[in-house]
Every structure is written in structure tokens, then in C-alpha cells.
Design a protein around this ligand. Structure first.
Ligand code: NDP
Ligand code: A1CAB
Length: 283
């Protein structure tokens, strides 16, 4: 996590939706190290989800299912509004809050496949920015791509960059790159978890108990990720360090490389981007 400079107090923020992704960002924003105007107002659909914030001094939660004005109430007087509901709900929520959005308010959407232009059409006067984060944001270890729409000033993009820096690394990109950010890092944790699932299943088939397989596989993934970060070495070098000539790893790596991972990853990322494009067309 990046420590913010003394001057960077984040503006009064409202979050519409605090599920897997919004909840991860909120967890980061609630860290004691983060300087943000309080309270953070949030909305959920269910009263049960909102009740998880009962007693919190830094977050006020409203539930849309029991309070039809929840979203309007939450965004009132907010300088930054984050939309973190499902893509097909973004336009409806934007329409719902439009009357409460003062000119110049920064509206940041984390939704896949919803363009700034589509949101700007519902919220004239707002400064619309897209962000594509990922769930390790929960631990302050996220990666986020940020892109401003034509309505957003450089200062607005900078504010959003600072907000996401509180939960990990940020790159500022063009909006036409956001689908690719989603394909690489937004969805990226799922690919890694799929690897963990498959490797665990393979370890079980080789006779380990579930607990043994968990220790072996989870420890290997987390230890290797930390080694990648801390050593500063290229991944190819770290792989070579494990792969003794004429040794055992070499044989497994040959089998894996035979499956043509380059082509497989190209196809997977292309499918991801295609789905973002379908979402943008409302499909
Ligand atoms: N999950 C991920 O890894 C990533 C997701 N995204 C994007 O984030 C967005 C949210 O996805 P995700 O977090 O996975 O979805 P979730 O289903 O986990 O969360 C959705 C949230 O929206 C709330 N909600 C539903 N309806 C309303 C409403 N009418 N008013 C206010 N809040 C409502 C839900 O409340 P309740 O809990 O009561 O149902 C919940 O808090 C999507 O647009 C997705 O594209 C982007 C990058 C990564
Ligand atoms: O699967 C999805 O649509 C979202 C966007 C990126 C990660 N999760």
C-alpha cells in the first residue's frame, strides 16, 4: 500500500454497492492509514448486507430493498461517488441518483463493459472516470487501471488515482485499454485461483490429504508470489532457478509448454474482452 502524502485527504465518498469488489475497496479505504473525509456512505441491496455496518463510526450504510431512497441519500453531498453494482445496473442507478449529483462531482465506475459516455449520458455535469480494480485491493495489494472520460478533468483522474493507490498499485490508461486491463488484472485473480484449484485436485489424486494439499499448494503459490516481488528477478529466471538441467521440473515444464500456453492465454483474454464488448452493447 502506498502512503499518501500529507495533503492528499480523499474527498467525501459514497459507494453504491459494496459486494466483492466494492467491499474490497471499502476495506482498503477504512484502513487507519488512509486519510479520507468521513463518514463513507454506502448502499447495498439487502438490509442484511447493510446491517454488517451497524455500529461502525466511519461508514453509514443504507439498503435499497427497504429504503427506496437509499442511493439518493447516500450520494447527497458526496464529492466522489463510486458505482460498484453489476454492469447492467449502472445506467439505472445513475439515472436514480442524477438529481443529487452536483456539477463537478467525480463519479467513478468500476463496472466492466460500461463506457464513460454511457454514464455521462445519465449524469450530465458529472466528471466520469472508469476504474478497473481487482479483489486483492481488500489487502491493499490490488492493481487498478484508471481512465477518465471526456467529462473528467486531469485533477479528477488524479483524485481517483490517489483513491485507488490506497488499495494497491495504479496505472492510468486510455479508456480503450480498460477492457484489456479487465482481461489481465481485473479477472486475473480468478485465473490464479483456478490454477490453485486444479493443482490441489492433482495433489489429492496423488494421495495427499486435503490439508496436506492445501499446505503444499497454497504455500507454493503465496511463497512464489512473494519471491517474485521481493527478489526483483524476472519470472523466467526464477523458473530457471527451479529447473535443474536434466532434473524433474524440466520434464513437467515440457509437458505444460506443450499445451501452448501462449495461444491459450491469448484465447482466454480475447474471450474476456469480447464479453466486455457484449456488456457494452447491453447483451
Ligand atoms: N468482482 C471482481 O473481482 C470485480 C468486479 N468489478 C465490477 O464490480 C462491479 C460489482 O461486481 P461485484 O462486486 O463482483 O458484485 P457483487 O454482486 O459482489 O456486489 C454487488 C453489490 O451491489 C449491491 N446492490 C445490488 N443492487 C443494488 C441497488 N439497487 N442499490 C445499491 N446497491 C445494490 C449488492 O448488495 P447486496 O449485498 O445486498 O446484494 C452488493 O453490495 C461489477 O460492475 C463488476 O464488473 C470490477 C473488477 C473486479
Ligand atoms: O467477471 C467480471 O465481469 C468482473 C470484471 C473483472 C472481474 N470481475
Amino acid at each position: 500500500m502506498t502512503t499518501q502524502p500529507e495533503t492528499a485527504t480523499l474527498p467525501r465518498t459514497a459507494m453504491i454497492g459494496v459486494g466483492s469488489m466494492g467491499g474490497a475497496i471499502l476495506a482498503g479505504l477504512r484502513s487507519p492509514d488512509v486519510r479520507i473525509a468521513l463518514p463513507i456512505t454506502v448502499t447495498t441491496n439487502s438490509a442484511a448486507s447493510a446491517a454488517e455496518f451497524d455500529g461502525a463510526s466511519d461508514v453509514v450504510a443504507y439498503a435499497a430493498e427497504t429504503d427506496p431512497a437509499a442511493n439518493q441519500t447516500a450520494v447527497r453531498d458526496a464529492e466522489l461517488v463510486m458505482l460498484a453494482v453489476k454492469p447492467w445496473m449502472i445506467a439505472g442507478v445513475a439515472k436514480e441518483i442524477a438529481a443529487e449529483i452536483a456539477p463537478g462531482t467525480i463519479v467513478v465506475s468500476v463496472a466492466a463493459g460500461v463506457s464513460c459516455e454511457q454514464i455521462e449520458a445519465e449524469l450530465p455535469g458529472a466528471q466520469v472516470v472508469r476504474a478497473m480494480p481487482n479483489t486483492p485491493s481488500h489487502l491493499g495489494r490490488g492493481v487498478t487501471g484508471v481512465a477518465g472520460g471526456t467529462s473528467a478533468s486531469a485533477e479528477a483522474v488524479e483524485t481517483v488515482r490517489q483513491l485507488f493507490e490506497t488499495v494497491g498499485d495504479v496505472i492510468v490508461v486510455r479508456e480503450d485499454q480498460i477492457n484489456d486491463v479487465a482481461a489481465v488484472s481485473g479477472s486475473g485473480p480468478a485465473y490464479l485461483f483456478l490454477y490453485v484449484e486444479e493443482m490441489t485436485a492433482a495433489a489429492l489424486r496423488r494421495g495427499f490429504t486435503p490439508e496436506q494439499a492445501r499446505v503444499l499448494v497454497n504455500g507454493t503459490v503465496s511463497g512464489s508470489a512473494e519471491l517474485l516481488v521481493q527478489s526483483g528477478e524476472e519470472p523466467a529466471q526464477l523458473r530457471r532457478n527451479v529447473t535443474s538441467p536434466k532434473g524433474t521440473t524440466e520434464q513437467a515444464v515440457l509437458v505444460l509448454q506443450d499445451a501452448n500456453w501462449g495461444e491459450l492465454f491469448d484465447r482466454a483474454l480475447a474471450a474476456n474482452v469480447r464479453r466486455s464488448e457484449e456488456l457494452q452493447r447491453g447483451e
